[in-house]
Write a protein that binds this ligand. Structure first.
Ligand SMILES: Cc1cc2nc3c(=O)[nH]c(=O)nc-3n(C[C@H](O)[C@H](O)[C@H](O)COP(=O)(O)OP(=O)(O)OC[C@H]3O[C@@H](n4cnc5c(N)ncnc54)[C@H](O)[C@@H]3O)c2cc1C
Length: 378
């Protein structure tokens, strides 16, 4: 759950925020063909993919409001090329495919998803893996190039640029996708399930029992329901972000690791990994650090106020990679979890994998790297 005031919620139109609380007082569909549990970006994208694949009646239930978990607080950057050389090849390929699918959703949904094309600049020093095996489309930037593209930077440095990456306001994207789903119920907690003959027959929720044809769990962390018996190592990793007041400075897109220019001329800053911060809300000391880093990086912005500051918790597995798999021992249940730092980016491609798997009943080849097999002793 995000804590503090996110710039994303502030930037939604009235109609967009009301979609996040769909059918709160209503009952979920009692016998859907597909039940999706979890209304973060992964769950909403998955429900939409299932519906578009013609999987019958697709019902989504969410314990709170849509996008209220990690999704609410993400930076919304869609930058597969930044992972080149540092993450496994399969990860980068899934990320590239997902960026293409985000672009497709922008074209194909009636109001798009609020996708913005954006150039990405990684300032030196780049990770060793990136230097050794850079993206094909990388443009290396001299110090003079960086001065031109990132005015006001307080140090001289070289960089790497990749054009045509993307970003979304995660809540807008969730809202626009959810607006296409006829059966969403928020405020519904899935608490347990019952299986017979290797299939889930009933999911018990705070609003009664549901008898689904198939279930897909997209609950951030692995689903923790009685009767499911899943036990996979996972934890939450806290992170802080902030947005500035509009600034009199235009940077070219996203300048890693410093700032991304967003709507209204604001800069999005932070994205901390607060592994030892056990406090439950926004930690003022961490936000002070984010502000200090901004002023050091851009001395002419010293004194600029932060208009928004928030934190949220990334669902994480020990190998930093997500899981996309069938629930062991069940033929009509799948789950995805632990999307850590890139769940917004990966959502449409993950959703497509899950919907193809549910439709065909056969595991798509592309899902192999994300299974439980061989991970954590399984
Ligand atoms: C500071 C920060 C910056 C980030 N920046 C980026 C970025 O730039 N790009 C990027 O791609 N990713 C980014 N991320 C990561 C991204 O936020 C997550 O990977 C992604 O939001 C995970 O989505 P999810 O749908 O799996 O989980 P969540 O958004 O947490 O959604 C899971 C939902 O399931 C619901 N749920 C759980 N259990 C149940 C139940 N039993 N019954 C009903 N509902 C249930 C929860 O209420 C929740 O709403 C960032 C994260 C942080 C913290």
């Amino acid at each position: 759950m995000a804590s503090g005031l996110t710039v994303w919620a502030d930037q939604l139109e009235v109609g967009e925020s009301s979609v996040l609380d769909l059918n709160t007082d209503g009952e979920p569909v009692p016998r859907p063909d597909i039940l999706v549990v979890g209304g973060g970006v992964l769950g909403v994208a998955t429900a939409l993919a299932c519906q578009r694949a013609g999987l019958g009646t697709v019902s989504l239930i969410e314990a709170r409001s849509l996008g209220s978990g990690a999704t609410a607080g993400a930076a919304g950057l869609l930058v597969p090329e930044a992972h080149q050389g540092s993450d496994p090849t399969a990860f980068v390929e899934l990320a590239r495919a997902s960026l293409e699918l985000w672009r497709g959703l922008e074209r194909e949904l009636p109001r798009g998803v609020g996708y913005k094309d954006m150039d990405w600049i990684g300032l030196a020093p780049q990770p060793e893996g990136f230097l050794a095996n850079p993206p094909k489309t990388v443009e290396w930037l001299s110090e003079e190039d960086v001065v031109e593209l990132v005015p006001g930077l307080g140090r001289r440095t070289t960089g790497a640029m990749v054009r045509h990456q993307g970003r979304v306001n995660p809540l807008r994207a969730v809202s626009r996708m959810a607006a296409q789903l006829p059966h969403v119920a928020t405020g519904v907690v899935a608490a347990g399930c019952q299986a017979k003959g290797g299939s889930i027959v009933t999911v018990f929720t705070s609003k009664g029992a549901i008898a689904p044809g198939a279930v897909i769990f997209a609950t951030g962390l692995p689903p923790d329901l009685t009767g499911l018996g899943l036990s996979i190592p996972a934890n939450l990793v806290k992170g802080h972000l902030a947005a500035t007041e509009p600034v009199a400075l235009t940077v070219a897109g996203s300048v890693a690791p410093l700032a991304t220019q967003i709507e209204g001329g604001r800069l999005l800053v932070g994205g901390t990994l607060d592994t030892s911060d056990t406090s439950s809300g926004v930690n003022a000391a961490v936000v002070e650090g984010v502000k200090r880093d901004l002023y050091t990086a851009f001395p002419r912005l010293a004194g600029v106020r932060l208009s928004h500051q928030w934190c949220c918790w990334r669902p994480h597995h020990p190998d930093d990679q997500p899981v996309i798999d069938r629930v062991p021992g069940l033929d009509n249940a799948w789950f995805t979890s632990g999307h850590y730092r890139t769940g917004i980016l990966m959502a449409p491609a993950t959703a497509r994998l899950l919907s193809e798997w549910a439709l065909a009943g056969r595991k798509p080849e592309r899902a192999s790297p994300w299974g439980l097999d061989g991970r954590w002793g399984s």
